[in-house]
Design a protein around this ligand. Structure first.
Ligand SMILES: Nc1ncnc2c1ncn2[C@@H]1O[C@H](COP(=O)(O)OP(=O)(O)O)[C@@H](O)[C@H]1O
Ligand SMILES: [Mg+2]
Length: 358
C-alpha cells in the first residue's frame, strides 16, 4: 500500500554554513513530506548546491540539524546516509559498461549475481534504456547518460533522491522530455526528491513545492501556484516569472498614484498611506484597450515582440519614463493592430496588483 504523503520525511533546522568569512547559508528551516518533489530554486551562488550537499553529508554544516525518517543524521558520513544523487555532469565511470555503472552501488549489498542483473534490467527499463546495458558512457548521448546516472542513483532503492541541476547541460528538447520523464518516474516510485535548479520554468513545472532561495536564505516556500501568484517579496516576484514593477505613492489604502494618475489596488497590504510603493503586475495581467475607452492610464507603444504563442509589447506611461510590459495572445494583438508609436489605454486590474514597499 502507498504511504500517506503527509508525514515529514526530512527536516532541516537552523542550518548554517560558512566558507571562511563568507556566510553561504544561514537559518535554513525546512520540512519535506514523504513522497514530495521539492525544488530549490534561486540564482547562481545563492547556496542551493551547498544545502543539497549538506543533506547528503558531502559538506558539514556549522550549525543546525538534519533529520531523515525520524533519525538525526546531522553527523553521519555520506556512506551511512540514505540517498541517491545525480549531478549536472553525468559523472559516470567511463571505463565501465552501463550495467556496471548502475550496479556499482550494489556491490557489497549481499545480492547474488542474478539478483543484481535483474535489478539493473528493471532500472534500465524504468529510465527508458532497456537495451543499453552493454554500452559504454561515451557511446551515449548526454540525455542517455543522465538516464543512466538516474538509474545508478536509484539502484540501492534510497529513501531520498537528490538532483543537482540534472538537466542544465542538455539541449532544450532533451531537457523538456527528460523533465517529464523524471516527474513520471518520481510519481511512480513515490520517492522523496529534491532537485536543485536555477530555471524557474523547470521548478514550476516539476515541483510539488518550490523553495525560493536568495543569498543563503529561504525567501519563500510554496506550491508553484503560490510562488507565482502570491509572491511574498519583491525578490520572488521578480525571480519567478516576469513582473512589471511601477513606482507610485499610496494615497488611500486602496488607491495609489501612478505617473500622476489614480489607480485602484487591493487594500490589504500592510503599507502606510502616503508611502512610496512599487506596484507589481505580471505582463499577462495588464489589459490594453483603444484610447478613449475607460482606461486609467495612457501609454505609447514602443515595441512589439512576437514570441510565438504570445506577443510582448512594451509601452511608456504618459507623463513618465516608466515602462510596462504587456503579453497578449497573437489573436488578441491582431484585433488591436498594435503599431509602435500608437497610444493605447492601459488597465491594471485591481485584483492582480501586488504592492511592495519601495
Ligand atoms: N568549497 C567552497 N569554498 C568556498 N566557497 C564556496 C565553496 N562552495 C561554495 N562556495 C560559495 O558559496 C556560495 C554558494 O555556492 P553554491 O551552493 O554552489 O551555489 P548555487 O548552487 O546556488 O549556485 C557561492 O558564493 C560559492 O562561491
Ligand atoms: Mg549549484
Amino acid at each position: 500500500m502507498k504511504m500517506i504523503q503527509t508525514r515529514n520525511y526530512l527536516r532541516l533546522s537552523g542550518i548554517r554554513k560558512c566558507f571562511d568569512q563568507f556566510v553561504a547559508l544561514d537559518q535554513i528551516d525546512l520540512s519535506i513530506r514523504e513522497g514530495e518533489f521539492v525544488c530549490f530554486l534561486g540564482p547562481s551562488g545563492c547556496g542551493k548546491t551547498t544545502l543539497l550537499r549538506i543533506i547528503a553529508g558531502l559538506e558539514q554544516q556549522d550549525a543546525g540539524e538534519i533529520w531523515q525518517a525520524g533519525c538525526n543524521i546531522s553527523q553521519l558520513p555520506p556512506e551511512q546516509r540514505d540517498f541517491g544523487i545525480v549531478f549536472q555532469s553525468y559523472a559516470l565511470f567511463p571505463n565501465l559498461s552501463v550495467t556496471k555503472n548502475i550496479a556499482y552501488g550494489l556491490q557489497g549489498k549481499k545480492l547474488t549475481r542474478s539478483q543484481i542483473q535483474s535489478r539493473v534490467e528493471g532500472l534500465l527499463e524504468t529510465v527508458g534504456l532497456p537495451d543499453a546495458g552493454h554500452k559504454y558512457p561515451a557511446q551515449l548521448s548526454g540525455g542517455q547518460q543522465q538516464r543512466v546516472a538516474l538509474a545508478r542513483a536509484l539502484a540501492t532503492e534510497p529513501g531520498l533522491l537528490l538532483l543537482d541541476e540534472p538537466l542544465s547541460a542538455l539541449d532544450a528538447r532533451v531537457r523538456a522530455s527528460l523533465r517529464e520523464e523524471i516527474k513520471r518516474m518520481q510519481r511512480e516510485l513515490g520517492i522523496t526528491t529534491i532537485m536543485v535548479t536555477h530555471d524557474q520554468e523547470e521548478a514550476l513545472s516539476m515541483a510539488d513545492r518550490v523553495v525560493v532561495m536568495n543569498q543563503g536564505g529561504i525567501e519563500q516556500v510554496g506550491t508553484p501556484n503560490d510562488v507565482y501568484l502570491s509572491p511574498t517579496s519583491p525578490f520572488v516576484a521578480d525571480f519567478v516569472g516576469v513582473m512589471n514593477f511601477l513606482p507610485g505613492t499610496l494615497v488611500k489604502p486602496d488607491e495609489l498614484l501612478l505617473a500622476g494618475r489614480p489607480v485602484c489596488c487591493p487594500a490589504e497590504h500592510g503599507l502606510e498611506t502616503d508611502s512610496s510603493v512599487n506596484l507589481a503586475i505580471r505582463p499577462e495581467e495588464v489589459e490594453l484597450v483603444p484610447v478613449g475607452h475607460d482606461a486609467m492610464l495612457s501609454a505609447e507603444l514602443e515595441s512589439v515582440e512576437f514570441q510565438g504563442g504570445l506577443v510582448r509589447s512594451r509601452l511608456r506611461l504618459e507623463g513618465s519614463e516608466d515602462r510596462v510590459m504587456v503579453d497578449l495572445s497573437s489573436r488578441q494583438q491582431s484585433t488591436l493592430n498594435l503599431q509602435p508609436g500608437t497610444w493605447m489605454g492601459v488597465k491594471l486590474p485591481s485584483q492582480h496588483i501586488r504592492l511592495f514597499a519601495a
